[in-house]
Design a protein around this ligand. Sequence first.
Ligand SMILES: Cc1cc2nc3c(=O)[nH]c(=O)nc-3n(C[C@H](O)[C@H](O)[C@H](O)COP(=O)(O)OP(=O)(O)OC[C@H]3O[C@@H](n4cnc5c(N)ncnc54)[C@H](O)[C@@H]3O)c2cc1C
Length: 526
Amino acid sequence: MIRLKDLSLPLGYDETTLRKAAARQLNIRQTDIRTISLYKRSVDARKKDRIHFLATADIVLHTGETAAVKGCRSAEIIKEYRYSLPVCKKLPQRPVIIGSGSCGLFAALILAQAGQEPVIIERGRDVDRRTADVDAFRRTGLLDTASNIQFGEGGAGTFSDGKLNTGTKDSRIRKVLSEFAAHGAPQEILYLAKPHIGTDRLRTTVRNIRRTIESLGGTYYFETKLVGLKTADGRVTGVILEHNGTQTAIDTGHVVLAIGHSARDTFEMLHRKGIMMEQKPFAMGVRIEHLQENINRSQYGTFCHHPQLGAADYKLAVHLSSGRGVYTFCMCPGGTVVAAASEENRLVTNGMSEFARDGRNANAALLVGVNTADFGSEDIFAGIALQRRLEEQAFKTGGGRYRAPVQRVGDFLNRQPSAALGEVLPSYTAGYTLTALDKCLPSWITDSLREGIQRMDQRLHGFAHPDAVLTAVESRSSSPVRIVRDETMQSVSLKGFYPAGEGAGYAGGITSAAVDGIKTAEMILS
Ligand SMILES: Cc1cc2nc3c(=O)[nH]c(=O)nc-3n(C[C@H](O)[C@H](O)[C@H](O)COP(=O)(O)OP(=O)(O)OC[C@H]3O[C@@H](n4cnc5c(N)ncnc54)[C@H](O)[C@@H]3O)c2cc1C
């Protein structure tokens, strides 16, 4: 098969245009092409008057592939990627996976595909009941601490934009995308440079992967929490679980700990058990919302209504004179700001979108880098304490019942409280209070955000639009602790115990957590 890079495709291209462009670049006839499919496609919007797609295509010719590649520097012969499952004898006891987020899900899938019949323990509810709980929270402001945006089947990514792009490079990413696509995600994720599933499609996908795992002998226990470990001679020998107030144990020699970054009680329990952890830098800030129409215009100019382009995204980062970094993260085109709390009286925001990304607003996290020196203490959990402080202040400033503090960007930059909104209405569905964000965020965050917003406006016209709105607080973008593991991915304190994914501090985002889950499963199988 030939992989052909740097194909330039016009907006509105179709299969014929694609074949024509490939044939021209390879210097062959269109009829020489047996099959052609996109491997990657991105939007090139650097020149606003010539927006087009840049693509890589996989091509099978009737004959003469070697000759065709010889004369073309952007083409190479490749072997189609196939994930190969490590071969391993049946383990003496079933491996146990704690957490069904993307890390746990993919660790479980690989172990199930390898015939190991994993047991999956999830403190939250299955995706259908969880969806009802999340909806109820939005409507009533009554939080279920066991089933919410952070906890439950599919983990933190279930109610998200389902962005699958990652800064990491690993051939297993293809395995992740293929499994998502085979289980109900849109097929375009296989070739888009910035693939996304959308929360509506993700829920089905997560449920379908669970069914595959169960069909291969895996077992799920929902509303069941890891509360303790059984150990002997420096090895894990079992897990202690709690369901409906009753404790039980499962004996096992292999535990994948994929608990995400919000399981603060579990971090504390593990620390008490002597599992080595360390402080980790992270980031905090707010969500920023603009009209999606304005983002589209800034990014795509006169092409902003082209149906093949969809809702535009952005990614911005600036380095301030203070030495701090300010950056946008987890941008959700056409999405909403969601109430993402998991603890009583502590407010957390995040963002999500449906696959169609057709909401009125665009939102993104606008974050300030937090160093361990900002924690103000050497305590392992000082980062969590800082998160909790800001989440409590945001809750109070919002006026309770998870109403979020909101401020117009114009007022924020002028250091005056907001009394009215302009053209951008906050999408945060649990209600909001117009205020001054300086009331709930420390000055090293607000001052950095002020400078950051103005600097970012020079890169993305309209970013500092006075009517854009800020919603506080975005405190859970990544884990403030790391559970230290060795080169075999096991905890340095306990053999057979594999801290993985976002919560362990070794991955960030749906795809990279999934890849970490796959690697962990491979390590167990090896
Ligand atoms: C609203 C929102 C939107 C996001 N959008 C995106 C996005 O578009 N793209 C992207 O790449 N990333 C996104 N993220 C981040 C992404 O969801 C995480 O990086 C990813 O889910 C991490 O996967 P994980 O499996 O390591 O942890 P998680 O997904 O957090 O899963 C951990 C699971 O463990 C369970 N658990 C915790 N403690 C215990 C215990 N003691 N016993 C049993 N179970 C336990 C939890 O209930 C949870 O289900 C978003 C996050 C949120 C909250």
